[in-house]
Design a protein around this ligand. Structure first.
Ligand code: 3PG
Length: 401
């Protein structure tokens, strides 16, 4: 269901479920990409004369109000970007929200406080989520669901609310699916997927699903050490998910059977400790414990030879999907692998997609522009689960699955 299917929205209270889960450093937004991505839908609704009620989560505050996760700075940033006053309610379904929504005139907008300050939002118990969704529904006449980054979550504002109010997908969801469909339908070969980030277990499903579809899978980030360990190498004090070793061995064998290249780093940047002031050494991927730091060495980035090799494969590809930084890019000594991969993506003669909050933030923080890439997805887990072929509750409920 598209926004048009909701009919005229002039004078209607329209709840817009956005994903404004932006990275914050001491209350300062370090990447406002998700706020920018919400603008087309919000501007269109305001231009139509709707009374817009924006809801979102920020972080994982566990169902309790927590000032660290307040959406107040995000509301302020939205006001700057959208160029009109944005009201802010200090709760989600309490008196502040009710009053602020009641005070809206046509073409005005309010942001409500973090949905996840309410335990019902993320509850696994259907009736608890349903009860919270019913409270939210009091605040709107219709729902526009546009938080693509959260469509893989069966949560009250994403799933249950859409069953109560007339609902439709917003412009961001439509745009995201347009591109991601091209990655699943008929991706032009060579198709390369670059995976990084810290949690191997989060990405394993996608590896299994993608192996039969891709030509090369490049592995970096914290997850690379579990791959190296699965090949029998020692990894010092680097991140290791020991319970995933067998699964990873299974994927390595499967890739060989299918003739798909899983490309692992040949060198890594090892640090004496976690910190920008650590001593560092570049070493072969099979000699991580042979640096001066011995077994306490921590691998925090792919090495320069690997970065070059990854970049060459990426540049020669016609379709590239990248999720997850190659190293701890927030710390300058460990940003080069991520920078090299990002730079190579900008040179792809074909479709290049950066997926995920962390990778999207990384390219912007490292100084790249959005228009240097084919598409920067606002969804991390959501885009991965989409590529994995999973059913996404937030899309299914809108009839978009
Ligand atoms: C994300 O950052 O991937 C989305 O905002 C979803 O957040 P979550 O993983 O905390 O549900």
């Amino acid at each position: 269901r598209t926004i048009e299917s909701l009919g005229s929205l002039r004078g209607k209270r329209v709840i817009v479920r956005c994903d404004l889960n932006v990275p914050l450093d001491d209350g300062r937004i370090t990447d406002d990409g998700r706020v920018r991505a919400s603008l087309p839908t919000l501007s269109a609704l305001l231009a139509e004369g709707a009374r817009v009620v924006v809801v979102s989560h920020l972080g994982r505050p566990d169902g309790e109000p927590n000032p660290k996760y307040s959406l107040a700075p995000v509301a302020a940033r939205l006001g700057e970007l959208i160029g009109r006053p944005v009201a802010f309610a200090t709760d989600t379904v309490g008196a502040s929200a009710t009053d602020a929504v009641a005070a809206l005139a046509d073409g005005e907008i309010v942001v409500l406080e973090n949905l996840r300050f309410n335990a019902g939002e993320t509850s696994k118990v259907d009736s608890e989520r349903g009860a919270f969704a019913a409270q939210l529904a009091e605040l709107g006449d219709a729902l526009v669901s546009d938080g693509f980054g959260v469509v893989h979550r069966k949560q009250a504002s994403v799933y249950d609310l859409a069953q109560i109010l007339p609902s439709a997908a917003g412009l961001l969801i439509a745009a995201e699916l347009d591109v991601l469909d091209r990655l699943t339908a008929n991706p032009e070969a060579p198709y390369t997927v670059v995976l990084g980030g810290s949690k191997v277990s989060d990405k394993l499903g996608v590896i299994g699903h993608l192996l039969p579809r891709v030509n090369s899978l490049l592995i970096g980030g914290g997850m690379l050490f579990t791959f190296l360990a699965a090949q029998g190498h020692k990894v010092g004090s680097s991140l290791l998910e020991a319970d995933q070793l067998d699964t990873v061995r299974g994927y390595l064998a499967e890739a060989e059977r299918l003739g798909v290249k899983i490309v692992l780093p040949t060198d890594v940047v090892v640090a004496s400790k976690f910190g920008a002031d650590a001593e560092i050494a570049v070493t072969a991927a099979d000699s991580i414990e042979e640096t001066p730091f011995g077994v306490s060495g921590l691998g925090l980035d792919i090495g320069p030879d690997t970065a070059q090799a990854f970049a060459a494969i990426i540049r020669e590809s016609k379709t590239v999907f990248w999720n997850g930084p190659m190293g701890v890019f927030e710390l300058a000594p460990f940003a080069e692998g991520t920078r090299a991969v990002a730079a190579a993506l900008t040179e792809v003669d074909g479709l290049s997609v950066v997926g995920g909050g962390d990778s999207a933030a990384a390219v912007r923080i490292l100084g790249f522009n959005d228009d240097q890439f084919g598409h920067i997805s606002t969804g991390g887990g959501a885009s991965l689960e989409f590529l994995e072929g999973k059913r996404l509750p937030g899309l299914e409920v809108l009839g978009w699955a």
